[in-house]
Design a protein around this ligand. Structure first.
Ligand SMILES: Cc1cc2nc3c(=O)[nH]c(=O)nc-3n(C[C@H](O)[C@H](O)[C@H](O)COP(=O)(O)OP(=O)(O)OC[C@H]3O[C@@H](n4cnc5c(N)ncnc54)[C@H](O)[C@@H]3O)c2cc1C
Ligand SMILES: *[C@@H]1O[C@H](CO)[C@@H](O)[C@H](O)[C@H]1NC(C)=O
Ligand SMILES: *[C@@H]1O[C@H](CO)[C@@H](O)[C@H](O)[C@H]1NC(C)=O
Ligand SMILES: *[C@@H]1O[C@H](CO)[C@@H](O)[C@H](O)[C@H]1NC(C)=O
Length: 523
């Protein structure tokens, strides 16, 4: 047990030796609230160190910043994640209010030998996160401002802001920008690994919208990173390999007028096919998306999933088609799918703010349920679909989900975003390595019982092996979907210069290897 009194004890005696970096000023001053602990869990040694650290930290944090130790109810809520597999474990959560709080937390954690990790949307899942033990979660939720610039072309957005808030806030002002499709993931989490989103066909990846970032480096130093700063090299790295380099406090980010960016209307169509139409469906997807040359207004996702109302025995092939335009304008595409004989059709005229929810990525949907299930992904990419392979994937998926009923909620995802805006950006200009595949695919193995972990990993690996047999060239595993069993090259690119560059940046900006938990680059 740690008494609250301990936190209020004002002790500065060690400060001079660990605060070596000039701290930025913070308008909010003094008297942080450090809440009383519950029963501190974890090793006695880590517990001792966290107590010493919070003794120092508490009195220096700004007003409104909070610290929760493990065992408290709020700690449990703040550390809940999207899925359960390979969790990082924490002994304290710091909720900073200003930049300086983040700097102090990092400096003190480093001093006391405690690992730390920034958390924004709680959807990070790569298994390397499971190597994070008994450390400090830096909860970025207070950094959630969205300030539109006077000229309306950029916004300054807090590093903990979630997608839905950005979409809704900008929409109210006639603006929009690229975020991940999921309403409950953050802007920054996906962006650091590239960030796919509905508008990428027009505007590029989330990372391509970044103009400037305020970043606390692993030594606690606060820097402003942009193309025109002395941290130009770091700016490159943030856009695809960003989890390795620091905590993003805030970004300056491109935004667009809805009226000049395809307009407000969207069409959502769900066409569910029985499995015998699989080849016809993927043949049509290949034709429409046309090697990345297709209509920028067109997006589809294809899912293999079990829908008993449609087929009691086998999974179905379900197409979620999105079109930026009215149903009249989308009719041509809808007719092409209709001609293949879907078993069920749903068409909704909607707008940009609703499409995440309609595709199951809304705050109200399964994608935003936290703390209930494990979900394992094993991604790879294709330029064009190989229909033989997709049939083999279907057969294997059908076997896995019938032989193990506990995996029956799993699905196999084929993401067919427009890639025009992504390929339009010079591939070498960012750390995001994969601007050439047009289709991002992954099984998502979902289950509730953690005793099935090994079986789920095996199922996912077997599926990905089949996918790889159907393409030439190496595995490209989108780092934000990666399982964690992939190589550095699979995450960050198979060109030698990319890995060399990242390794030298790692040595420069994280020489003590503090950020080694999310798809780590080994120095
Ligand atoms: C349902 C679902 C839908 C998804 N949809 C998409 C999609 O449409 N497009 C896409 O590209 N990806 C998508 N993803 C993947 C997504 O990019 C990753 O899961 C991402 O890590 C989520 O970030 P987060 O902030 O929500 O999670 P967190 O767990 O909070 O963050 C993930 C990691 O990012 C780092 N991090 C978080 N905040 C900061 C910060 N402020 N500064 C520095 N580092 C930070 C940390 O290393 C952390 O471990 C989806 C994932 C899920 C589960
Ligand atoms: C947004 O503007 C407010 C008021 O000027 C300011 O306090 C805040 O720091 C700004 N946030 C960002 C992310 O720029
Ligand atoms: C089938 O289509 C109808 C009408 O659009 C819709 O209400 C229903 O939910 C669909 N069924 C499934 C299983 O998606
Ligand atoms: C498609 O996949 C099959 C195996 O599933 C493979 O034999 C074939 O070579 C692949 N075709 C192409 C064009 O890669």
């Amino acid at each position: 047990m740690v008494s609250s009194k301990a936190f209020l004890a004002f002790s500065l005696k060690c400060l001079a030796s660990f605060v070596t970096i000039q701290l930025s000023s913070c308008s909010v001053a003094a008297a942080a609230t450090v809440l009383p602990a519950g029963n501190l869990e974890g090793s006695a040694d880590a517990a001792m160190r966290i107590n010493k650290m919070t003794d120092k930290l508490g009195p220096q944090l700004s007003q409104g910043a909070l610290v929760y130790l493990s065992g408290s109810d709020k700690f449990d809520i703040l550390t809940e994640r999207w899925q359960l597999f390979a969790p990082p474990t924490f002994i304290a959560v710091v909720v900073p209010r200003c930049e300086r709080d983040v700097q102090l937390t990092i400096q003190l954690a480093n001093w006391f030998g405690l690992p730390w990790l920034a958390i924004s949307g709680h959807h990070g899942s790569i298994n390397s996160l499971g190597t994070f033990k008994l450390g400090i979660q830096i909860s970025m939720e207070s950094f959630n401002d969205i300030n539109l610039s006077a000229d309306g072309r950029t916004a300054r957005i807090g590093g903990g802001t979630l997608s839905k808030k950005i979409t809704d806030t900008l929409w109210a002002k006639g603006k929009q920008t690229v975020t991940g499709a999921c309403e409950c993931t953050s802007l920054v989490g996906p962006m650091l690994g590239g960030g796919h989103g509905w508008l990428q066909g027009r505007n590029g990846l989330s990372a391509d919208q970044l103009i400037e970032a305020r970043v606390v480096l692993p030594n606690g130093q606060l820097v402003t990173v942009s193309e025109h700063s002395e941290y130009r090299d770091l700016f490159w790295a943030l856009k695809g390999a960003g989890h390795n380099f620091g905590v993003v406090i805030e970004v300056k980010y491109k935004v667009y007028d809805v009226s000049n960016n395809g307009g407000r209307d969207w069409t959502y169509a769900n066409l569910i096919f029985k499995q015998d139409k699989l080849e016809a469906v993927f043949g049509l997807v290949n034709k429409i998306t046309n090697n990345g040359e297709g209509d920028v207004a067109y997006i589809d996702f294809v899912w293999f999933q079990r829908v008993a109302e449609i087929d009691a025995k086998l999974p179905v092939v379900s197409v979620y088609m999105l079109y930026q335009g009215t149903p009249q304008k989308a009719q041509n595409y809808i007719d092409m799918y209709k001609a293949l004989g879907p078993a069920n059709i749903t068409i909704v005229k909607t707008d940009y703010t609703q499409i995440s929810s309609l595709t199951g990525n809304g705050n109200d949907g399964i994608a935003c349920v936290h703390g209930e299930y494990s979900a394992l992904r094993f991604p790879t990419g294709f330029k064009t679909y190989n229909l033989t392979t997709n049939r083999k994937l279907f057969n294997k998926f059908a076997d896995i989900t019938s032989q193990q009923p506990a995996f029956a909620n799993s699905f196999f995802l084929f993401e067919d975003y427009s890639t025009r805006g992504v390929s339009a950006v010079d591939a070498d200009s960012t750390a995001f390595p994969d601007r050439f595949n047009h289709h991002l695919i992954s099984p998502v193995i979902i289950y509730f019982d953690s005793s099935l972990n090994d079986q789920a990993v095996q199922a996912g690996q077997e599926l990905r092996k089949i996918a790889l047999e159907g393409k030439s060239g190496p595995l490209n595993a989108y780092v934000n979907y990666a399982h964690g069993d992939e190589s550095e090259e699979d995450w960050y690119g198979h060109e030698k210069w990319r890995i060399q560059r990242l390794k030298s940046l790692k040595k420069k900006y994280d020489p003590d290897n503090k950020l080694v938990y999310y798809a780590p680059i080994k120095a």
